[in-house]
Ligand binder design. Structure first.
Ligand code: ADP
Length: 424
């Protein structure tokens, strides 16, 4: 057995006083400090003379003091022999450190309580490392959650894309179906109009023969009836022509013979045809002369068709005593033909509708209208087919102005179109 060269009590004193990594000190049974080692001085900042005789509660932060923690810890240590705790402790300079504390009750030979041994370790760094580890784990978890959310989002997006693609395919399929249905309708309209025109022409021919007396003399009554048949036949024919025209336009079967057209000539022709109709209805009709030099890029017969439709509408919708006029306006690159009336006008919210096929404002069963509501749809299609447009401005109760705009042809544009191509 090894022999010690110093007494045991001296050995213990040396042991306690040499330890610098632990604060080791003793308290009396009431908690007053009775011994102090260099480790205690290192952690807590007090020298032995400063702290010996003070109550150990000075090492506790205010929140622990508020719940009487120092006293409770002593009582538990006295009761069960030992108490271990981790928590904040206060240094002499008021700063705090994270401590592991073991309080052990010291009992004499008779078992009476003689004091407490208190061993404290500074775990501030370990706690910081633990907190850092917790923080790192939290950050990693948050990053992982973000990554999962991004993954989920991308799956959702892929799903959405897939669904959108399927919807687009469905829309495309329905559009094709609608196109087919529309083509079938157009072909049906074209065929039907064509078939109807043949017997109508026959009716016109035979009425003409009868009116000419080829089949024998007619009474006045018979002539009157035949004239009414003739008017109805003409009306029906014009409706059917409208439908046929429209179906051909829709089918893209209309060809345009575009070239420079002197505007005045077409305006004169339209005025010549419809002026008498206006006069018969007691509507004053004015054609402002358009200089012969004003030319537009147009198909003359289609431009005339548009103009006839606009003027006949103006005459049709304007009350006797009203006024209808045609004039041309020359702009830099366009020429405008304006057909103006002081008829009933069109409500602002219906201005777009009237260009839709089969739209007639205030048409009711009790108020059947002449026409089928195709004139403006056809006219606008024709104007656009000639790289122009048809627009309207109107004030309810005051009248309307329909404007056909066409590309202007000048000597310069003529020369341009005739210039030899450089192959570009
Ligand atoms: P339709 O003349 O066969 O009715 P349109 O397409 O030419 O067909 O005209 C469509 C509708 O636009 C007409 O029914 C009418 O309600 C309105 N409209 C056209 N021109 C005029 C006008 N000058 N004044 C008032 N309303 C008009």
């Amino acid at each position: 057995m090894t022999q010690l060269s110093i007494p045991t009590t001296e050995l213990y004193r040396l042991l306690v006083e040499s330890v610098k990594d632990y604060a080791i000190f003793a308290l009396d049974p009431n908690g007053y400090v009775v011994s102090w080692n260099p480790g205690a001085q290192r952690f807590k900042g007090y020298t032995a003379p400063e702290i010996i005789g003070k109550h150990f509660s000075v090492f506790y932060p205010p929140e622990d003091l508020a719940v009487n923690k120092p006293q409770i810890e002593l009582e538990i240590a006295a009761e069960v022999g030992r108490l271990e705790d981790e928590g904040w402790r206060v240094r002499k300079d008021g700063t705090q450190f994270w401590a592991n504390v073991i309080i052990t009750a010291l009992r004499g030979a008779d078992g009476e309580l003689v004091g407490f041994a208190k061993v404290t370790r500074d775990l501030t760094q370990r706690r910081a490392a633990e907190l850092q580890a917790v923080e790192d784990a939290r950050r990693i978890a948050a990053e992982e959650a973000l990554r999962r959310a991004a993954e989920m989002r991308s799956t959702e997006l892929a799903d959405l894309l897939d669904r959108t693609q399927r919807q687009a395919e469905e829309i495309e399929r329905r559009r094709n179906e609608a196109d087919v249905a529309n083509r079938t309708k157009t072909e049906f309209l074209a065929a039907m109009s064509h078939e109807l025109r043949t017997p109508l022409n026959a009716i016109a021919g035979y009425v003409q023969l009868l009116l000419l007396g080829v089949r024998g003399p007619l009474t006045d009554e018979q002539s009157g009836d035949l004239t009414r048949i003739q008017r109805s036949q003409q009306h029906l024919l014009s409706l059917i022509n409208d439908i046929l025209n429209f179906s051909r336009l829709e089918a893209g079967a209309v060809t345009y013979n575009l070239g420079p057209v002197p505007l005045g000539t077409v305006l004169d022709a339209a005025a010549g045809m419809l002026g008498p109709q206006a006069t018969a209805k007691r509507i004053t009709f004015a054609l402002e002369p358009c200089p012969p030099t004003v030319r537009a890029l147009a198909d003359a017969s289609k431009f005339e068709q548009i103009l006839l439709n606009l003027v006949s509408n103006a005459v049709k919708f304007t009350q006797p005593g009203g006024h209808v006029s045609i004039r041309c306006v020359v702009a830099d690159h366009h020429v405008l033909t304006c057909v103006q009336d002081n008829g009933p006008g069109i409500p602002a919210d219906r201005l777009a509708d009237i260009f839709e096929p089969f739209v007639q404002l205030d048409r009711t069963l009790g108020n059947p209208r002449e026409g089928v509501g195709l004139g403006l749809a056809i006219s606008r299609d024709l104007a656009r087919g000639m790289q122009g447009d048809l627009t309207v401005e109107s004030t309810l109760g005051k009248g309307s102005t329909f404007t056909v705009s066409l590309k202007r042809v000048t000597a310069a544009t003529d020369a341009e179109s005739q210039a030899p191509s450089d192959g570009r």
